[in-house]
Write a protein that binds this ligand. Structure first.
Ligand SMILES: [Zn+2]
Length: 261
């Protein structure tokens, strides 16, 4: 149960403070489904849950919660696939593609009037939360994600003590397939990639976060912050969607309320 008087060290500002009920995936998802019987489904590698409301911990102070909300969740909230519209995808559908390939198109965030840094900030805030706390799952197992030496530079960036962290790249795709648009996957480390790559899907926006000190040429062009025109991608993500769903189902416990029906 949430207690109102929990004190401790805030994971972001590192000060001794009264701690809030911090939600792993942010408060942003709460507003996406007003129907109490139809919460957005969330998958983590260890647990499949009906609602993101259940994944929380006493982690951050009120000021830091507000900071993550202002710089990431709030501006990004307007872009996710919501109850009736998927703003990011709609904006791309009426924009001119910067580049077209068979499997994807890229669009300039700046040309569409979309600020791309909040998208990267939001993705990094969730990845970082996944790394600083062991999120407890149904059967008492703990799930956290290892981001190694990038944890502290990302904390400083999120807290406003430093700029966008060196060696970090955030790729953002709006998914055209209905499956990805309705699903949320908590961050997970992808297997068999040339450098650490973390995957995070939130209601139709798929984030890939890459960390490397030795980036191959062209990696900047995939990042929504580092690319010259703040590129955002549009793709049919049904294949990775099904692959991720399969791997989560193999490793995760299904929350009881999902088994009811
Ligand atoms: Zn704080």
């Amino acid at each position: 149960m949430a207690q109102s008087n929990v004190e401790g060290t805030c994971a972001l500002c590192l000060k001794h403070r009264k701690l809030c009920k911090s939600h792993y995936l942010g408060r942003v998802l709460h507003t996406l489904s007003s129907d109490p019987d139809n919460h957005p489904v969330v998958m983590t590698p260890k647990l499949i849950k009906a609602t993101p409301r259940q994944l929380w911990a006493h982690l951050l102070c009120e000021d830091c919660e507000a900071l993550l909300n202002e710089r990431g969740e709030k501006p990004v909230q307007a872009l996710f696939n919501g109850a009736s519209t998927f703003t990011l995808l709609n904006r791309m559908n009426v924009a001119l593609a910067a580049h077209s390939e068979k499997s994807y198109e890229s669009y300039s965030g700046s040309a569409m009037g979309i600020e791309t840094e909040p998208l990267a900030y939001y993705a990094l805030s969730i990845l970082w939360k996944g790394s600083v706390h062991k999120w407890t799952t149904l059967d008492g197992q703990e799930s956290s994600i290892d981001i190694g030496k990038y944890q502290e530079p990302i904390r400083k960036y999120l807290h406003g003590e430093a700029g966008f962290p060196d060696g970090v790249y955030v790729n953002v795709s709006a998914c055209t397939d209905v499956g990805s648009q309705g699903m949320t996957y908590a961050p997970s480390l992808l297997a068999n990639t040339p450098f650490p790559m973390y995957s995070l899907l939130v209601r139709g926006i798929w984030f890939h976060i890459i960390t490397t000190d030795t980036p191959p040429s062209g990696l900047d062009d995939l990042c929504c912050v580092r690319s010259a025109r703040n590129l955002l991608f549009k793709a049919d993500c049904s294949k990775p969607f099904l692959e991720s769903a399969r791997s989560f189902h193999e490793t995760a416990t299904v929350s009881p309320e999902l088994k009811k029906g």
